[in-house]
Design a protein. Structure first.
Length: 319
């Protein structure tokens, strides 16, 4: 006899990163790990939850790792705050990406920078394709799509842009410049089609960036809507929410410009880079660093299940 059992592995993000928009410890819409579907799937007899530990992105800067871990758990002390704010004097050879909270602030910065480039604007547009007839499901799906892709992209040659999807070995978050707009022929469903392509220079590597599919799924894992667009965003500024999943090489955060009240927001913003030398920060206060009580309780419960004392081995003490 052969064992034909199937093991389903689901990967999820760090529960201590920024929570979904409008979700709080007391909101009606709660954290995913508190919902019935999660409990029945992973907390039941057939499921288990395992944490991957370590800060692989910051593996080359152990000091930054330690500071980030304390920020992550809400244990950052005065010395950590002073060290982070001390990066405001950091200098960078190329453009720097400003991180903001509000999307309108990001649009203002990017549009102003784009206007300084004396070349025609190229507009790439997309549209949402809905695959469900349930209004509530569709509404949620379209909101999810807008969190990762807009319906239009405005570019100019020499514009500073960020890649949002992995492509030809180039990681999401890689920053580069648009060097050419062109068409290329592709075969799809036995038909020869023409598609728009943006050629970008990523640190000397020229990459053709085509349209890619961004999908939204329902709770059952079924695709319910999608949008196809060039996976680029203007790179002079980006919201913290949009930056999730990206690795950036130079960021600037002025904490005096926005209201940083969402749990996990500061940690998410700072952890986009690999080293303390890649950030320029001012205005950070301990009151800005907030952590979800629900996320901490969930994280600690899993550590206990794994035989780890959260207050000894699983989390840092106050600096």
């Amino acid at each position: 006899m052969h064992d034909c059992s199937l093991i389903l592995c689901t990967a999820a993000g760090d529960p201590l990163q920024v929570v979904p928009v409008k979700v709080t410890d007391t909101s009606v819409d709660g954290m995913v790990f508190n919902c019935p579907a999660w409990r029945s799937t992973f907390a039941g007899a057939a499921g288990t939850v395992t944490f991957l530990t370590g800060f692989h992105r910051q593996s080359g800067d152990s000091n930054f790792q330690s500071v980030l871990d304390r920020v992550r758990w809400g244990c950052a002390g005065d010395s950590d705050i002073e060290l982070i704010n001390g990066t405001w004097s950091n200098m960078f050879a190329g453009p720097i990406t400003k991180m903001r909270i509000i999307r309108s602030s990001v649009l203002t910065i990017n549009e102003a920078k784009l206007r300084t480039i004396e070349s025609p604007v190229r507009v790439f547009t997309g549209h949402d394709v809905v695959l469900s007839s349930y209004a509530a499901v569709v509404e949620e799906a379209l909101l999810a799509l807008r969190s990762c892709v807009d319906l239009s992209l405005l570019l100019k040659l020499s514009a500073f842009a960020i890649l949002t999807r992995k492509l030809d070995g180039v990681a999401p978050g890689m920053r580069g410049t648009a060097t050419e707009f062109k068409h290329r022929s592709v075969v799809a469903s036995c038909e020869l089609l023409e598609e728009d392509v943006v050629v970008c220079d990523f640190n000397g590597q020229l990459v053709e960036v085509p349209r890619m599919r961004f999908s939204a799924y329902c709770s059952a894992g079924v695709e319910v809507a999608y949008c196809e667009l060039i996976p680029l965003i203007l790179g002079w500024a980006v919201t913290v929410h949009r930056s999730q999943g990206l690795i950036l090489d130079a960021i600037e955060i002025d904490f005096e410009l926005d209201t940083w009240t969402t749990c996990g927001l500061v940690y998410t913003a700072l952890s986009r880079v690999c080293s303390l030398s890649c950030v320029r920060v001012r205005g950070l206060r301990r009151s800005h660093i907030r952590v979800s009580r629900c996320a901490v309780a969930f994280y600690e419960s899993i550590l206990v299940e794994c035989g780890i004392d959260p207050h000894v081995d699983g989390r840092p003490t106050l600096a």
